[in-house]
Design a protein. Structure first.
Length: 141
């Protein structure tokens, strides 16, 4: 929901439209704001897509996310409460601290949160489906 470069403003309509073919020469850069939960795109589109896919997933993998965005956190909490088997795996050098802060007000979902200490490069270097299943079936590491 932050830093998008594949959106272009349609001057004639005064709105933002998604450009899926290529990155436009003059992209509309989208930065996170306190007002991102607006009824206009791209904010509404991204919130809808995040909610849709988190409710369909078995594992939600976050890499480098700080859990400081209450809009996104709310969507994640809803997905976890919706399915007690669903897991969120957090990849970060300080994953344990991040999850402690996030779960402090959400004790009911604590068992669904898994911390994997390390960098994105380390994790992605060893990523495969069997490794994700292994992580999801163990406690935080």
């Amino acid at each position: 929901m932050h830093g998008s470069i594949d959106w272009k403003r349609d001057i004639s309509q005064g709105s933002i439209v998604r450009n899926v073919e290529k990155i436009p020469d003059d992209p509309d850069l989208i930065f996170g704001t306190d007002y991102k939960m607006q009824y206009i795109d791209p904010y509404l589109f991204y919130a809808y897509e995040l909610r849709k896919y988190t409710l369909e997933s078995k594992i939600i993998l976050t890499i480098g996310y700080s859990f400081r965005d209450e809009h996104i956190n709310g969507i994640l909490i809803q997905a976890l409460r919706n399915n007690r088997e669903r897991k969120v795996i957090v990849i970060s050098p300080n994953a344990e601290n991040i999850l402690d802060r996030f779960s402090s007000s959400n004790q009911a979902i604590k068992e669904q949160l898994l911390a994997k200490e390390g960098t994105a490069k380390e994790f992605l270097g060893e990523l495969c489906i069997s490794r994700l299943k292994q992580i999801a079936n163990t406690k935080s590491t």
